[in-house]
Design a protein around this ligand. Structure first.
Ligand SMILES: [Zn+2]
Length: 296
C-alpha cells in the first residue's frame, strides 16, 4: 500500500523555555521529505509517492510566525505541504518514528525575540474591582473577560522576550489617568488597553480599535493589532478611530482594542471559549510584532 498523509497540525509550544512553532505531518509510514525555502521564507515540503488521505486545503495558524499551512495532492507525484511564514526563519526537520510516523518541522522564533527583547509593554485590562464594565446577554462581564484575554496576551509577549506589566490586579480598579500615567512612570514602550465593545442595539457586533494619545504611531499600532484580530477571526469590522479629545499626557504608541462587542449574544458566546481568548492573545502578539517590524 502507498504511504499516506493522514493529518497535519500546527502548534506554538514552549520547549525547554524556548518558544517554537511546530508543524507536524502524520503519515502511515516513514516518508521521503524534500524541503525547499523561497526568498520570503516560505517552506515547501514535497512527499514523493505519498498519497494525500486527509482533506486538502489551507489551515490558518497565525501565531506571529507561521501564517498558514497548505496541503495539496500532486496526483501521482505525491503530496505537497506549504508552510507560509511571516518572515524568513531557520528551521529543522525531525523524524519521530512510530504509528503514525511524525515528521516535525520546527521553525525558529528568534526574529520575534530580537524584536521584542527588552521592550516594556504595559497591558491594561479594562475595569476591575467593583467596576464590572459592560455585561452581555448571558451576564458575562467585561472585567473578567478583559482580564482573561490580557493574561494570554501577557504570556505570549513574555515568551517572545518582552517585559510585560499590567496596570491592575484582578481586584483593583485604578482610574483611567492612573493607568495611563504608569506608562510614563515605568518607561513603557507601548500601551495596550483591552476592553470589550458595546453596541447601540444587540445586533451590532465585531471589532473596534482606538488610537490613544498624541504619538503619531498610535494609529499604526491600532491598525496592526486590529488587522491581526480580523485576520484570525471572521468578525465584523467596526473600524479604527482616534480617541477624542487627544490625551496629551500619553506620549508612547497607545491603543485601546475592543476585539468583540459584548452586548451581542454571538460575540459574547465566543468569549466562553479558551481557544478564542488564547487566539486573541496571539493576535495581540502578532499585531505588536507587525508594528515593530514597521508594517503600516
Ligand atoms: Zn470598557
Amino acid at each position: 500500500m502507498r504511504p499516506a498523509l493522514t493529518n497535519v497540525s500546527a502548534r506554538y509550544t514552549l520547549t525547554g523555555g524556548r518558544p517554537e512553532s511546530r508543524v507536524t505531518l502524520e503519515t502511515t509510514e516513514r516518508p521521503e521529505v524534500l524541503v525547499g525555502q523561497d526568498g520570503s521564507g516560505n517552506l515547501e515540503l514535497v512527499l514523493p509517492g505519498v498519497a494525500c488521505a486527509m482533506a486538502a486545503g489551507a489551515i490558518p495558524v497565525r501565531d506571529g510566525l507561521v501564517r498558514q499551512v497548505e496541503v495539496r495532492s500532486d496526483g501521482n507525484v505525491g503530496t505537497r505541504v506549504s508552510i507560509h511564514l511571516d518572515h524568513v526563519a531557520d528551521y529543522v526537520v525531525r523524524s519521530e518514528p512510530g504509528l503514525p510516523f511524525r515528521t516535525v518541522v520546527v521553525v525558529d522564533r528568534a526574529h520575534l525575540s530580537r524584536l521584542l527583547s527588552g521592550r516594556l509593554i504595559l497591558l491594561d485590562p479594562g475595569h476591575g474591582g467593583a467596576d464590572p464594565g459592560a455585561r452581555g446577554p448571558i451576564n458575562l462581564r467585561e472585567r473578567e473577560k478583559c482580564w482573561e484575554v490580557t493574561l494570554f496576551a501577557s504570556q505570549f509577549l513574555r515568551e517572545a522576550g518582552a517585559v510585560v506589566m499590567l496596570t491592575r490586579r484582578p481586584e483593583e480598579n485604578p482610574s483611567e489617568a492612573l493607568r495611563r500615567s504608569l506608562a510614563k512612570r515605568r518607561g513603557a514602550h507601548l500601551y495596550i488597553s483591552l476592553h470589550l465593545g458595546t453596541g447601540r442595539d444587540s445586533a451590532e457586533r465585531g471589532t473596534a480599535s482606538y488610537a490613544l494619545g498624541k504619538a503619531p504611531d498610535s494609529l499604526r499600532l491600532a491598525r496592526c493589532i486590529h488587522r491581526a484580530v480580523l485576520d484570525r477571526f471572521p468578525l465584523p469590522d467596526r473600524g479604527i478611530r482616534t480617541e477624542q479629545p487627544v490625551d496629551l499626557s500619553l506620549v508612547i504608541p497607545a491603543v485601546r482594542v475592543e476585539p468583540v462587542t459584548l452586548t451581542n449574544g454571538l460575540d459574547e458566546a465566543l468569549l466562553r471559549s479558551p481557544i478564542f481568548k488564547r487566539g486573541l492573545g496571539l493576535a495581540v502578539l502578532t499585531g505588536v510584532k507587525d508594528f515593530l517590524d514597521g508594517e503600516t
